[in-house]
Ligand binder design. Structure first.
Ligand code: NAP
Length: 347
């Protein structure tokens, strides 16, 4: 295996934005390891996606306990890349993990108890071979655990040196206010929120979360900014072999409706007129008004990372372009995380 040396000009290729009122800066484009980092993907592909990202100034790698398959496999693979390639660069990397979804059987293997969060954080550190992660998240709001306990666990995780910063994911605006207040009282600020957000899924605007985060000085990183790949050209002429929609995982073919395809076709024309690929315009749109700190992409090939990193070439929109995007793109029923934000009874 060849020795990896990071591109000398990597920091000239990306822009960095302050994460809310904190001292932390995030790259405008971050890389998530939810898909394509499990046991079903060759290690060379994973390695090449990660090193290409870092070569383009993408310093932030987002993981969770359950990313796989099997759950835990993505953290194990990233741990291997840390050892083989990224070891000299640890202090240049921002690594996050989360706990909230099902990780192991029994009453302590999911949701928001202190018992689960602390044990899961320890297991994540072990899989990655790290002393600490930079950010640790509560992956989803738990309606059955006192918020004080979940936030207390995040505070403990930071105070005990397992993480440097605390974050929450998919909490709605009201719960975010409560969580942030508890963390503030504990002396560990809520530095970042991770919601789903893209042109076809705008719940953060309807819920008021985007405004709340700005008001509270909490940074934000939008996941699925490409609607799991729908906001690219790939599904315009059918479902290509090997694409996420063929894998029977999180992107159901039912989500790619004729109406969505019509929107995507019209959006592609707007992107082309801006001199961008549709993926680049979709990422620029998420980042357009500074309300979102970073767009958190996934990738199945290194070329996709390069294309996405190119989004920073044009982050500005004219009012006419924004209006045209709104006219041709209706919200689709693609928010798989809506239940967490609506707080239905999960028992
Ligand atoms: N907090 C949470 O609850 C939560 C939930 C979900 C995700 N996340 C985080 O968000 C990250 C991103 O999620 P995501 O992977 O769904 O994001 P996404 O960026 O919306 O979708 C990624 C997919 O889009 C396609 N793609 C990416 N760049 C492309 C390009 N330039 N041209 C054509 N196709 C391109 C690829 O699909 P193909 O595979 O078809 O090539 C890729 O797998 C995850 O890895 C995870 O870290 C967090």
């Amino acid at each position: 295996m060849s020795v990896y040396r990071a591109a000398e000009d990597r920091y000239a290729r990306m822009i960095y934005r302050r994460c809310g009122a904190s001292g932390l800066k995030l790259p405008a484009i971050s890389l998530g390891l939810w898909h394509n980092f499990g046991d079903d993907t060759p290690h060379a592909v994973k390695r090449s996606i990660c090193t290409t990202a870092f070569d383009h100034g993408i310093t932030h790698f987002d993981l969770a306990n359950n990313y796989g398959p099997e759950p835990g496999a993505a953290e194990a693979a990233f741990g291997e890349i840390l050892r083989s390639d990224f070891a000299p660069y640890r202090d240049e990397l921002l690594i996050s993990s989360k706990a909230g979804y099902l990780m192991w059987p029994g009453p302590y293997g999911e949701w928001g108890s202190r018992k689960y969060l602390v044990a899961s954080c320890d297991a994540s550190l072990k899989r990655m071979g790290l002393d600490y992660v930079d950010i640790f998240y509560s992956h989803r709001f738990d309606p059955d655990t006192p918020l004080e306990e979940t936030m207390g666990a995040l505070d403990f995780i930071v105070r005990s040196g397992r993480a440097l910063y605390a974050g929450i994911s998919s909490y709605n605006s009201a719960r975010t206010r409560e969580a942030a207040a508890i963390l503030r009282d504990l002396g560990t600020p809520c530095v970042i929120h991770q919601p789903s957000y893209n042109i076809l899924n705008r719940w953060v605007e309807r819920d008021g979360l985007k405004d709340t985060l700005q008001e509270l000085g909490i940074g934000s990183i939008a996941f699925t900014p490409l609607a799991q790949g729908m906001l690219t050209r790939k599904y315009l002429n059918g479902i290509p072999e090997g694409s996420r929609a063929t894998q029977g995982k999180s992107l159901s073919q039912n989500m790619i409706t004729p109406r969505a395809i019509e929107s995507i076709r019209a959006l592609t024309e707007i992107a082309e007129a801006r001199g961008q690929t549709l993926a680049q315009m979709a990422l620029a749109w998420v980042l357009r008004d500074g309300g979102i700190t970073s767009a958190l992409i996934g990738a199945s090939r290194p070329e996709q990372v390069v294309d996405c990193a190119g989004a920073i070439g044009n982050l500005d929109f004219t009012p006419e372009e924004l209006a045209a995007i709104d006219r041709c793109a209706s919200e689709e029923d693609i928010n798989l995380w809506a239940r967490s934000t609506q707080e239905e009874d999960h028992t």
